[in-house]
Design a protein around this ligand. Structure first.
Ligand code: NAD
Length: 243
């Protein structure tokens, strides 16, 4: 029997795909969201089995797309138990040379997208008096980073949004938490120069880069009954990097 329906954004690859695999194995119905329809369909077909897995392509920075997707989830599953806001983008560059467009892109996807999905599922979770929201932020949202002012601002915004939602919805049985990964090996990080990667590795006490499943396991925990008294928190998953 299903443990309830969970929406996972950015599920076509990387951390989101690892989260989808972990949650399917755990017995949740899934609504997978990402821009690329083909990869998403293939993953949904693969994960369909004991529970139902839907592929719902769309752009999370588009409020109309988000409303359409949540309506489809409501029609199919009737309720939404969990929301994992994972989709995200970077547009790295030094502030001095950053165009307003490059400043805006991570805010549109990372912060607005997280707000849009949270806003769209809130009435459903409030009515059910139950719900789990898990937002994937980044250690960069806690520490800042040269060359990532736009990304850092979007991820810090997600942490503040997470805490505010925890305060607003706690009385309705809805928890809101964030997970802040450090360096996780995915398509987002594979293109970083070797020198940068070596430098980062030297700063990780556990002496390895993270994997998608390191983050997925923490998301699974935050959706579980064992985490029912945790809300408004940011769990750092970085091998000890920021200390
Ligand atoms: N990889 C890391 O080291 C790392 C570290 C800290 C935080 N994070 C965060 O983890 C999350 C996942 O990162 P990843 O490394 O797996 O990234 P990735 O680039 O491999 O995958 C990103 C996913 O987001 C989706 N996406 C991007 N823009 C979208 C949009 N407008 N609408 C719908 N879907 C969209 C993509 O389709 C893809 O599925 C991101 O929020 C990222 O900021 C990653």
């Amino acid at each position: 029997m299903s443990k309830g329906a969970v929406i996972v954004t950015g599920a076509s690859r990387g951390i989101g795909e690892a989260i989808a695999r972990e949650l399917a194995a755990e017995g949740y119905d899934l609504a997978l969201v990402a821009r690329s329809a083909d990869k998403l369909e293939a993953l949904a077909v693969e994960l369909n089995g004991a529970t139902t897995c839907l592929a719902l392509p769309g752009d999370i920075s588009d409020w109309g797309d988000v409303q359409r997707i949540v309506e489809e989830v409501k029609t199919k599953f009737g309720a939404v138990y969990g929301l994992v806001n994972n989709a995200g983008v970077t547009r790295d560059g030094l502030l001095m040379r950053m165009s307003p467009e490059n400043w805006q892109a991570p805010l549109d996807v990372n912060l607005n997208g997280t707000f849009y999905f949270t806003r769209a599922v809130t009435p459903l979770m409030m009515r059910a008096r139950e719900g789990r929201i898990v937002n994937i932020t980044s250690v960069i949202g806690l520490t800042g980073n040269a060359g990532q002012a736009n990304y850092a601002a979007s991820k810090a915004g997600i942490i503040a949004l997470t805490k505010s939602v925890a305060k607003e919805l706690g009385g309705r049985g809805v928890t809101s938490n964030a997970v802040a990964p450090g360096f996780i090996s995915t398509d987002m990080t594979v293109d970083l120069p070797e020198k940068v990667q070596a430098e980062m590795l030297s700063q990780i006490p556990l002496k390895r880069f993270g994997e998608g499943k390191d983050v997925a396991g923490v998301v699974k925990f935050l959706l579980s009954p064992e985490a029912s008294y945790i809300t408004g928190q940011t769990l750092v998953v970085d091998g000890g990097m920021i200390g």
